[in-house]
Design a protein around this ligand. Sequence first.
Ligand SMILES: Cc1ncc(C[n+]2csc(CCOP(=O)(O)OP(=O)(O)O)c2C)c(N)n1
Length: 627
Amino acid sequence: MKKRILDSISRPEDIKKLSIEELESLAEEIRAEIISTVQSIGGHLASSLGVVDLTLALYKVFDFSKDKLVWDVGHQAYAHKIITRGIEKFRTLRQFGGLSGFPKMDESPYDHFGVGHSSTSISACLGMAVARDILNQNHKVIAVIGDGSMTAGMAYEALNHAGDLEKDLIVILNDNEMSISKNVGALSSFLSRKLAHKRFVKFKQDLKRWLKQVPKFGEEILNYARKSEESLKNLFTPGILFEIFRFYYIGPIDGHNIKKMVQYFSEIKELNKPVLVHVLTKKGKGYPPAEKDPTLYHGVGKFKPNKQDKDKGPSIPTYSHVFGDVLCKLAEKDKKIIAITAAMPEGTGLVKFREMFPNRFFDVGICEQHAVTFAAGLATQGFKPVVAIYSTFLQRAFDQIIHDVCLQNLHVIFCLDRAGLVGEDGPTHHGSFDLSYLRLIPNMTIMAPKDEVELQNMIYTAINFNGPIAIRYPRGKVMGVDRSDEFKNIEIGEGEIVRQGNDLIIAAIGNMVYPSIDAANIVYDLHNIDCCVLNLRFAKPISQNTINLIGQFDKILVVEENTIFGGVSSYILELLCDHWKIKDKNILRIGIPDRFIEHGKPHELRKMLGLCEEGIVEGILKLIGKE
Ligand SMILES: Cc1ncc(C[n+]2csc(CCOP(=O)(O)OP(=O)(O)O)c2C)c(N)n1
């Protein structure tokens, strides 16, 4: 068997010794390695395949033991991981104890900045460039950012600042015309090669027609215009946009032509000013099913080799599906419902809504802040905007939630998907904080369903509410409870007893309710301990009735999949303190501890943190004194 070049790569410097032909072969080998690894363990496939050639060209020209490289989002950095960690380690990607799916500073000296949320790369690189100059150092700083990530305001804040400082900084725009879905927004059509070309051709035709009518000088000007076609063309390419920010624009360059990229990068390396290199790539490059459907293959679970299409979806629906389905049903009757997503129509379950109600669906791009204030504007006009954003990404819009929605008490419905531990994507993506960051805001109501029926009723309750209201639900499959089309209103702030018992009370919220019931049944069978289990349903408000019920017990266990700080258990402590004497009470809290939780399978992480039946059993025994 022919020896692979990949097997001779043990350090990034090895790339420098390779010829262009060898780099081209290596690119094929790396793509094959990425495909087979993702097939067996899941991961971000299409984006990573698209930048293999670009990665090799960068490593050929630059020296990242001193030059800095920041991958925006970082989901596309698999080739970078292979080059800097080796294949064996790469195969542990996203698994508990293995490599993270994203660049992470404490994982490798070649990961110059930790990423996961989009559009941070230019800001971080500008900070590094300023530090370099203050310290009189001499190295290059490079941000690689996708066209999807260029929809976020933060990228422009950084360009604006960078152009003003005129620092030596290279921004590589990796343009594959895709975000997770098709990229959106006016800018994306401006970037679009087809449109830019079309606009240019039309302008040329109009100009020609007009000049031909101009007597005497017309023909002369036309000849001149022909000569300066290249500079005219610039007016119709994205160059003009970046030049306004005082970036020197280079491109577009074929992002799969390693030879060309190496030539360009070698020249760019000699420039000492802000440069934007526009590179065109194909998302999913080298794997036909992913090239054909890059959205489906953006992030995948493990799938069978040689299977043309990965499984289209699990038979048991997810919380996202139920959310999308219920919202469609409600929107059929209520024309005021509007759905908003920030570049995640598939992930949040809104594809069906987009098809059914195209005029009431808005994908705003990776713009969580704008999504929230846009919703606030709609709410002032009597609409019922439903903002569906993952828990972790809504963190971006904290001020907009406070200032634009809650301060004005507007009826905006927040649906926070992927709340709690998300698993393999790790600490950048866990939804660990939402109960805390939402709870402290006046006027905010927060719910969390124990199952899909409750999710359905909570959406219904939220639509008929008046004021800011949030529902947080976990990633993954629902409980499998029978759902009917009957929607029920839930009384605000009221919990429900789901198991009677006298020895202690377990107050649980969201996905922790069923494990609490299971744990209560186990301790009853094994130890004759009889627990009352309360499904809180609300993280805020918690009604006086509900807190009185909890307060009657001397032994209280609170369980939530949220940081232990500032979430539901903190709230219960505060309420008990205000309304009851807590001196004689024995209270235990189970939640996400005050640290960032690593990546791994959700059940592994829950087991580690005691957010499962066994952990709750342990908690009960501790409270009872039977450890
Ligand atoms: C703040 C934030 N919102 C949403 C996401 C989810 N997300 C991850 S990748 C991605 C698309 C990025 O598109 P682009 O930058 O063009 O990269 P590509 O995958 O096309 O290479 C999105 C929306 C995120 N990582 N961060």
